[in-house]
Design a protein around this ligand. Structure first.
Ligand SMILES: Nc1nc2c(ncn2[C@@H]2O[C@H](COP(=O)(O)OP(=O)(O)OP(=O)(O)O)[C@@H](O)[C@H]2O)c(=O)[nH]1
Ligand SMILES: [Mg+2]
Length: 609
């Protein structure tokens, strides 16, 4: 067996926000892949608009740097649990991983999830304790907790022998020993060259596993992956082997490798490297591209199951078709099925209703990002409340359960435990730092987490952080009754005015500004009582000739609570929908008129009897 000493392939894994993309910034900048005057900014790899806005990585991406003549292929991954599928998709390209751990937070549930994955793939780990510049860092304790995690997860003894580096990704420094003054990121590069095994190369006919797809308007589909065997060059005849074993013949057009943010066109690439090839139109992620001489498939990528589902339907609101460019069933269906090509942990199914599709994902954020992406592309549609996906195993109903970690203050303990016990959560760990910071760990059924994020942030005044990761399936714990108050529902179509909204604010809190176009059945606020009430928010004050002493005082409305897309999805109940258009996010009752809703209520009462 031969090795390629001129290449290392690494994947960067961690819990959300522990500094993966910032570390990649430092690696890119210090390896001088940019021109001196090139403005590259921060979080360079988070190029997608939503990634930049939210400050999180959503998709795993490749880049590469050169250090002392060795090319280090780097894969940056998302740390948010909802995008775990992205990590699963790419780990097989690497031989080593950098496991980042925040020097204050320590290992978090997602740290465990990604480390387990890396151990199962047999990757050589390097631990990087990051953010050592932070004032309250507790490095020794965090290292101890990380070692415990390795003891729990290592599959072979050699995985316990991992190097540890201390980094400030933001300052672009790493050191091999605590107390040393960092000056650059060279110790990390040295460690990668020394500890991560160079890729093995098998000689023989070409074989690569497709781990990602990209599109280019001129070049068409681009297949990205690691070459496991042989070489590839432009004009080579190849075959792709699909999931069902079907073989399709192609000719490679162009071959690219990575350097910095660029794709370099090359005349040939060899086993061990990560490449992008064009000319292969109908290939899917997980397929193998191989020489026709020996068209064997590599093991397909395994992706965890989705845990949450919701329906996507054609917009049926009275304002349908006003704002979107793509509004028909056919357009919606084509777009959703196209998403499956790259969004591996997503599932889409037709339903009994031709206008509605069932979409399943790894969490509310996973689905919300798809909704936001589609709305920006010009799609208009409606979505239902997300629900946890149950299944039957050996004749028993089981449901997904997650680990919920909360970092909060002492004073919120009572309210949080009360809220969570109604959601069937079980407290499994509680740690106090001796001051008033507390970390709580719960096991909660996924269904109990739906709608929780918004109430959590309100209850703790935005002062706490929550994180979740998938734990497994448990026997169904029974239904949870929604405790949300009723909705304030517009009773007429028109333009909402201050006077009408002021009346609504007498009943609860409102979501819209005066001047907003509303329709009958649109949800415009939250009642302070459990029942829904219909209110005419378009109603103007009656004009009279009599001037009372107070009548001319301008009404001052409380500023409305404007729900983001994620909050809107979190907020709605079963009998409600979120209408999504490029210009607006509206909440609505499924049944728009009051007559329909009361008829529905009385018929459901009858059926209960
Ligand atoms: N103080 C300090 N802050 C850091 C350091 N590294 C990263 N950060 C900050 O931590 C935040 C998250 O950094 P990212 O690099 O986006 O983290 P990430 O792991 O890529 O996050 P996801 O991709 O969303 O999982 C940013 O505000 C960074 O500026 C560090 O070494 N020290
Ligand atoms: Mg990132």
């Amino acid at each position: 067996m031969n090795y390629r000493s001129d290449i290392r392939n690494i994947v960067i894994i961690a819990h959300v926000d522990h500094g993966k993309t910032t570390l990649v910034d430092a690696m890119l900048k210090q390896s001088k892949v940019f021109r001196n005057n090139q403005m590259v900014g921060e979080l360079i790899m988070d190029q997608n608009a939503l990634e930049r806005e939210k400050g999180i990585t959503i998709m795993a991406k490749n880049t590469a740097v050169l250090y002392q003549g060795v090319k280090i292929n780097i894969i940056d991954t998302p740390g948010h649990a909802d995008f775990s599928g992205e990590v699963e998709r790419v780990v097989s390209m690497a031989d080593g991983c950098l496991l980042l751990v925040d020097s204050i937070e320590g290992p978090m549930p997602q740290t465990k999830f990604v480390l387990r994955l890396a151990m199962e793939m047999g990757l050589k780990p390097i631990v990087v304790i990051n953010k050592v510049d932070r004032r309250n860092s507790r490095i020794a304790e965090v290292l101890k907790l990380t070692e415990d995690l390795f003891l729990e997860l290592a599959i072979s003894a050699d995985q316990l022998d991992f190097p540890v580096l201390y980094a400030s990704a933001r300052e672009g420094t790493t050191v091999a020993e605590l107390g040393m003054k960092g000056k650059d990121i060279a110790p990390l590069f040295e460690c990668i060259l020394e500890k991560v095994p160079p890729p093995k190369i098998e000689s023989g006919p070409f074989q690569m596993l497709v781990s990602n797809l990209d599109y280019d308007s001129h070049k068409g589909k681009i297949a990205i992956g690691r070459i496991w065997r042989g070489k590839v060059a432009p004009h080579d005849p190849v075959v792709s082997v699909g999931a069902d074993g079907s073989v399709t013949h192609y000719e490679i057009s162009e071959v690219f490798t990575y350097l910095g943010l660029k794709h370099l066109k090359v005349e040939e690439a060899e086993a061990g490297d990560i490449v992008a090839v064009t000319g292969i139109d109908k290939v899917n992620i997980g397929d193998t591209i191989a020489s026709p001489e020996q068209p064997e498939a590599l093991p397909r990528i395994e992706i965890g199951e989705p845990t949450v589902e919701m329906t996507f339907g054609v917009n049926t609101s009275p304002f349908a078709g006003r704002e979107g460019s793509f509004c028909t069933t056919r357009q919606l269906r084509t777009r959703l099925y196209r998403e499956l090509e790259t969004n591996l942990s997503l599932r889409v199914q037709d339903t009994d209703s031709p206008d509605t599709f069932l979409v399943k994902g790894r969490g509310e954020l996973h689905l919300a990002i798809l909704i936001e992406t589609m709305r920006r592309e010009g799609y208009e549609f409606e979505v239902s409340k997300p629900e946890a996906i149950t299944k039957v195993v050996d004749g028993n109903l089981v449901e997904p359960v997650e680990v919920l970690t909360i970092d909060t203050k002492d004073e919120y303990l009572g309210v949080l435990t009360e809220m969570l016990s109604k959601r069937q959560a079980r407290l499994t760990d509680m740690r106090n730092d001796g001051h008033d910071d507390v970390r709580l760990v719960f096991h909660v059924p996924t269904k109990g987490l739906i709608g929780f994020r918004t109430v959590f942030s309100t209850a703790t005044h935005g002062e706490s952080i929550m994180n979740t990761t998938f734990l497994g399936y448990e026997p169904y714990h029974g239904d949870i009754i929604s405790t949300r108050n009723g909705a304030l529902v517009a009773s007429e179509q028109g333009i909402a005015v201050t006077y009408g909204l002021n009346n609504a604010q007498g009943r609860g809190c409102t979501f819209i500004e005066p001047g907003t176009l509303v329709y009958e059945g649109m949800v415009i606020g939250l009642n302070s009582q459990p029942k829904d009430i219909a209110i005419n928010v378009c109603k103007e004050k009656k004009k009279t000739n009599v001037r009372s002493s107070t009548s001319d005082i301008a009404i001052k409305l409380t500023p409305p609570m404007q729900l983001s897309l994620e909050q809107a999805i979190d907020f709605i109940n079963d009998d409600e929908l979120v209408e999504v258009t490029p210009g607006n996010i509206r909440l609505r009752k499924r049944l728009l008129t009051q007559a329909q809703r009361s008829k529905d209520r009385s018929s459901s009462r009858r059926s209960v009897k």
